[in-house]
Unconditional design. Structure first.
Length: 796
């Protein structure tokens, strides 16, 4: 008889709520080993006993064949004395208040469940809340760990005997599927009119399929419906109905900012957008993000869905309810008349957090919609849709939220318990400990009390889920960011007794986030090219066109755009024409009436502006690259005033992308001292020659697309030449060039820049896990704080 041995195996990672225990059970049967498997707060623990070769095969298969949603971080194996058992069983969960458990993000309906959803013989036929251990809501319904039904918002739904039997059967796909439910025992769909007046037309409130049909009838007729989803409410209308889309804009008070759409399937998407193989893979991935795709023109999509944009944000159905919305034939005519593309935008006002509770929705969203499609499964955590672009065959995150959060970014080294509160716009926070950085879902713009309240709740939730109590807080240097003030207040209130507070420079945090997600150890510095709209500089000016030599602990500012006036601060940001006039003035270029921004500026405002500039009254200085994009957008005449952040830059990119095929000839160039060998003072990049050339082109009647493209190429060329020069001059070895900051969400610019850097033989890093915009800031903040304490820096 072969020698029998026993091992204790611990598996950590995303191993709970993903069907790991039934998988282990099945594996044990197959390998003919005895023992048990269970969940605790660390992950999954297993004891197996059998012949040595069987145990070996078991351990190999454990990793190689893990269930689709599992993410294994670590497997540890310890030999223990054999117990001569013969059976294998699943043991009860053991809750221990320890950190280290990973929670799965919410994931799209799996193929098995999709088949059942449309199988008339299945007991869950057309049931909008069908799910199994391989799919469904997770993060947004989980209140605490361990992930068990009583600690989720499924607690109020006792399972019927059929569901209970599945739940208890280790060989069933729904074994220990915490959100398991069926039409008999689970959540219900309801339809409700938004006002009594609307209800007076005869249709009554309805449940389940009738609710769905009522909502579809309304959407078909051009109505707007608030639909409760996984992480919050969507406002939906037919995307091909120009009138409906415009009405949605009017009611929401959203003038130009693009709406995302949801399309029935890939084939439908291809009718109105270009879809590469990588983009198709991302659209159909388990996270189901909104993917920014290049529009096909003309198409049947209403023009006001994404005006001024060459891209459209598209997602595919991810909840069973979404699938039903697109696959429910009209019962009268028998044909599928419902829209195959719906606008699906967050159910909220302006920059307030997404609405998640039924009563909140009915109260707050009633003026925006004609009716509600509700259900009675609570959303514990609000979570917006994620937004991605594809660059170089990989994800370029614009907003990392549903489907990704709270999955951590793995850090290059262990950090102490840290809470980094991020910036102000597109805010996220990061709770980090050891080698995990748990990035929060998208919090929105931290400029109102509602967002702050949501932020505080989310922090408390993360603390509970990951059992991390911060010993240090990190925030931006900007004294007026609400997040900074919040961190200072928390510190003063001793929310975490003994915790310290550290303030980190904005662009250093951007660059560090890039280093962290690429798992650089920080031994060698990177050349961080950080271009964004606004970041507080330690000299009191506003930075944003920065080239930093940086490690985790510190940085040296090697080059920056020449600081130029921002007359009236915010007033100049919202009115690119005003900014353009100020920069022309500062560069000594006359205000020619023929120039679009001069024509857009009323004469009275011109004379006030002139005096303001001469006296330098209320003019902060900024080296922002984002602002240079605004100025150029105004000069070519594409955008004089903006209604959403970065609108001018987005529209300028669209112009440049449309001129991609053209040979645009001469490039513009920045002025800088190419002979300078002195790194003691930062090099100044002067946009005057570039602006002068653009003005010349515009006055000569050059096409806006040509000017826009020349400008993009000039920025790319400047970055490449500058990096080559700085790498040559540096006495230190440089690990890579890192392209971060919101300006690098511009794929056109990114393509041109990385191509030139590759040609110059420089290793180049771009974002793949966290956004280049301020949504990625917290990751950099968290790692800087820990590194400063332990690693030190070669910069001071
Ligand atoms: Zn499933
Ligand atoms: Zn049931
Ligand atoms: Fe930034």
């Amino acid at each position: 008889m072969a020698a029998i041995s026993r091992q204790r195996i611990t598996v950590t990672g995303v191993v709970q709520g993903v069907g790991f225990r039934p998988f282990v059970y099945g594996l044990a049967q197959r390998m003919n080993v005895s023992g048990f498997v269970g969940n605790d707060s660390h992950g999954v623990f297993i004891e197996v006993e059998g012949a040595i070769h069987a145990l070996e095969a078991f351990c190999n298969a454990l990793v190689a064949e893990a269930p689709p949603l599992a993410y294994i971080d670590e497997v540890t194996t310890v030999p223990i004395p054999a117990q001569a058992g013969t059976e294998f069983f699943i043991v009860q969960s053991q809750a221990q208040p320890l950190h280290g458990t990973l929670i799965s993000p919410d994931l799209t309906l799996c193929d098995d469940c999709l088949l059942e959803l449309f199988d008339p013989a299945n007991r869950r036929y057309r049931y909008p809340f069908i799910n199994c251990t391989n799919c469904g809501p997770r993060f947004t319904i989980t209140k605490d760990i361990p992930y068990d039904r009583p600690l989720t918002t499924m607690a109020p739904f006792p399972m019927c005997s059929a569901c209970q039997a599945e739940y208890e059967n280790p060989l069933d796909r729904r074994f220990h599927a915490q959100p398991n439910a069926c039409p008999r025992c689970g959540p219900q769909l309801t339809f409700q009119w938004s006002t009594a007046a609307a209800a007076a037309d005869g249709t009554e409130e309805a449940v389940q399929d009738a609710a769905l049909l009522a909502a579809l009838a309304l959407l078909r007729g051009g109505g707007i419906v608030a639909i409760k989803g996984i992480g919050g409410f969507h406002l939906a209308c037919a995307a091909t109905d120009e009138q409906a889309v415009q009405q949605m804009r009017q009611r929401k008070g959203r003038i130009d900012k693009p709406f995302a759409v949801m399309a029935a399937d890939l084939e439908t998407v291809r009718r109105f957008a270009h879809v590469s193989a990588d983009e198709a893979a991302l659209l159909t991935s388990r996270a189901r993000p909104i993917v920014l795709l290049r529009k096909k023109e003309p198409s049947s999509i209403a023009a006001s869905v994404a005006p001024g944009n060459h891209c459209i944000g598209v997602m595919l159905p991810y909840s069973p309810l979404h699938h039903l919305l697109f696959a429910t034939p009209d019962r009268q005519s028998g044909a599928a008349h419902q829209p195959s593309v719906l606008v699906m935008t967050s159910g909220n006002y302006a920059s307030e957090p997404i609405v998640r509770h039924n009563d909140e929705a009915v109260r707050q969203l009633a003026p925006l919609v004609d009716a509600f499609l509700l259900h009675n499964r609570d959303i514990y955590v609000p979570c917006d849709d994620s937004v991605m672009r594809v660059f170089g065959g990989q994800e370029l995150p614009i907003r990392r939220s549903r489907g990704y959060a709270p999955f951590p970014v793995k850090l290059p080294f262990a950090v102490e318990p840290t809470l980094a509160v991020g910036g102000e716009l597109k805010s996220t926070f990061c709770l980090a400990h050891e080698r995990f950085a748990f990035m929060s879902q998208h919090m929105g713009d931290m400029e109102n009390l509602e967002t702050l309240a949501a932020f505080e709740q989310a922090v408390a939730h993360f603390e509970a889920l990951f059992r991390i109590s911060p010993q240090q807080l990190v925030c931006d240097m900007h004294p007026r960011y609400l997040s900074t003030q919040w961190a200072q207040r928390w510190l003063a209130q001793e929310r975490w007794p003994g915790a310290r507070l550290l303030q980190v420079q904005h662009h250093h945090a951007h660059v560090a986030s890039m280093m962290a997600e690429n798992e650089l150890d920080g031994a060698m510095p990177v050349l961080g090219v950080c271009f964004d709209g606004t970041g507080y500089g330690p000299d009191g000016t506003i930075w944003g066109g920065e080239v930093l030599l940086a490690d985790y602990g510190g940085y040296q500012r090697l080059a920056h755009l020449k600081p130029l006036p921002l007359p009236g601060g915010d007033a100049a940001v919202k009115r690119p024409y005003r900014l353009a006039l100020a920069w022309l003035w500062a560069c000594g270029i006359p205000w020619d009436e023929e120039l679009p921004p001069v024509a857009a500026c009323p004469p009275s405002e011109r004379s006030v502006l002139q005096r303001q500039l001469e006296r330098s009254f209320n003019c902060v200085q900024t080296s922002s690259m984002g602002r240079l994009f605004d100025v150029v957008a105004a000069l070519v005449g594409v955008r004089q005033t903006i209604t959403y952040e970065a609108q001018a830059a987005v529209e300028l990119e669209a112009l440049a992308a449309a001129a991609e095929e053209e040979d645009v000839g001469n490039l513009y160039s920045f002025g800088w001292d190419r002979a300078s060998a002195n790194l003691a003072h930062p090099m100044v990049l002067d946009p005057s020659p570039l602006l002068r050339a653009i003005v010349g082109d515009v006055l000569a009647g050059a096409a806006p697309g040509v000017v826009a493209r020349r400008f993009h190429l000039a920025v790319a060329e400047m970055v490449a030449q500058l990096c080559v020069q700085l790498v040559q001059q540096s006495k230190q070895q440089i690990a890579a060039v890192a392209l971060s900051g919101g300006v690098f969400q511009n794929v056109h610019l990114l393509e041109q820049t990385t191509a030139r850097l590759h040609n110059a033989g420089l290793r180049t890093l771009t974002h793949r896990q966290v956004p280049a915009n301020d949504g990625g800031l917290a990751l950099g903040q968290a790692i800087i704080a820990s590194a400063r304490a332990t690693l030190g820096t070669s910069f001071e």
